[in-house]
Design a protein around this ligand. Structure first.
Ligand SMILES: Cc1ncc(COP(=O)(O)O)c(C=O)c1O
Length: 365
């Protein structure tokens, strides 16, 4: 069969082990997943209520224009409805952008390590990938700008960056965008935007007014706690959205997800509480790192990358045996580290205890 050449060696996404699998494997009663940056507090009670009251027939296709959610989100963000595009998760918008723009002969620039789907989709489309190493967990925007040439179609920025949690500042972003030709799309992936508290962070909605070649990606999967529903969105100039929209599948956002996302959006006090709890949780990890002389990046997201300077997979397995699933830095391209999602206060205490006993045991050896 005539598969694209590059598909032949491409690996499918490897999901982490589920809590049930880990319970069985280690004979544990309780397992806490701190591996996928999900919200440990779940979602707003309004979401559960909206789903219980959901009365549409399941035989009917979803609203292909995502009308109600679109109206609510446009008014919340103070943008026009035509400035929004919805996806089956922001993952799908990354796919749509790649499908719309990338092909052999074009190139795309991305930080590394960062969110792997930029690279994955670029491979599928056969575009040349130009990866620019992070410096101290941050984008090297100067090198990224230098990598642009007449065949560059997309530059990916991830702020705060997954897996380091480091954000791009307003000054850095504007300095970079001023160097990007108008004909190059800049994707500003802000999956963790709602967690950010840094005062030097940019205002993405101002940025898209000034730079018509920027699309901002956000999601209901993280702080809104709706990862199971798969709802993400892009915000950009109307003309950019109009050009991208034909690539979208007709009914890409499911009906229940649309209802759940609108209910979640309406409860901003829940978001505020989660943001505060997350900051407190990060402080728990910072204190642990300082006490144990472990390097880390101060994070603007709901996860932290900690350098244990050890075999990441060994630590990963050890924590799993204690009932905590994290992400091994080996899998993320930063050996020696683990990435931990900030959980509830108790969950953080628990995983920190497990990390302490790992350190104690490795010192003994
Ligand atoms: C940086 C980043 N972008 C995008 C996504 C995709 O999110 P979703 O497809 O659930 O909206 C994630 C999920 O982990 C992420 O970390």
């Amino acid at each position: 069969m005539k598969w694209k050449e590059q598909i032949l060696t491409l690996k499918a996404y490897q999901p982490g082990r589920t809590t049930d699998e880990v319970k069985k494997a280690y004979g544990l009663q309780d397992v806490v997943k701190l591996a996928s940056n999900e919200n440990p507090f779940g979602s707003s009670e309004r979401v559960t209520k909206s789903i219980r009251e959901y009365a549409e027939s399941f035989a009917i296709y979803p609203d292909g224009y995502t009308t109600s959610l679109r109206q609510e989100l446009a008014s919340f963000l103070n943008v026009s409805e035509k400035q929004l595009i919805f996806g089956n998760g922001s993952d799908e918008i990354i796919l749509m952008l790649s499908r719309a723009m990338l092909e052999p002969g074009k190139n795309t620039i991305m930080p590394t390590p960062s969110f792997p789907q930029y690279r994955h989709n670029a491979i599928v489309e056969g575009a040349e990938i130009r990866e620019v190493e992070l410096v101290n967990g941050a984008h090297d925007l100067d090198k990224m700008a230098q990598a642009i040439d007449e065949n560059t179609a997309i530059v990916w920025l991830c702020s705060p960056n997954n897996p380091t949690g480091v954000h791009i500042t307003d000054v850095q972003l504007r300095g970079f965008l001023d160097r990007v030709p108008e004909g190059v799309l800049v994707v500003l992936d802000e999956a963790y935007y709602e967690y950010v508290t840094a005062s030097d962070y940019y205002d993405a909605l101002e940025i898209i007014k000034e730079y018509k070649n920027v699309i901002v990606l956000r999601t209901f999967s993280k702080v809104y706690g709706l990862a199971a529903f798969r709802v993400g969105y892009g915000i950009a100039d109307e003309s950019l959205i109009a050009q991208l929209d034909p690539v979208r599948e007709p009914f890409n956002v499911n009906s229940v997800g649309q209802v759940a996302a609108a209910a979640a959006l309406s409860d901003q006090s829940f978001i505020e509480q989660c943001r505060t709890a997350n900051k407190e949780g990060l402080e728990q990890f910072y204190a642990f790192c300082r006490e144990n002389n472990l390097a880390f990046y101060p994070s603007e997201a709901n996860f932290i990358l900690i350098n244990f300077n050890c075999d990441s997979n060994e630590l990963f397995e050890y924590l799993m045996s204690k009932g905590y699933i994290v992400r091994s830095g080996a899998a993320l391209g930063i050996p020696g580290t683990v990435r931990v999602t900030v959980g509830s206060k108790e969950q953080n205490e628990g995983v920190i205890e497990a990390m302490k006993s790992f350190l104690a045991e490795t010192v003994k050896r």
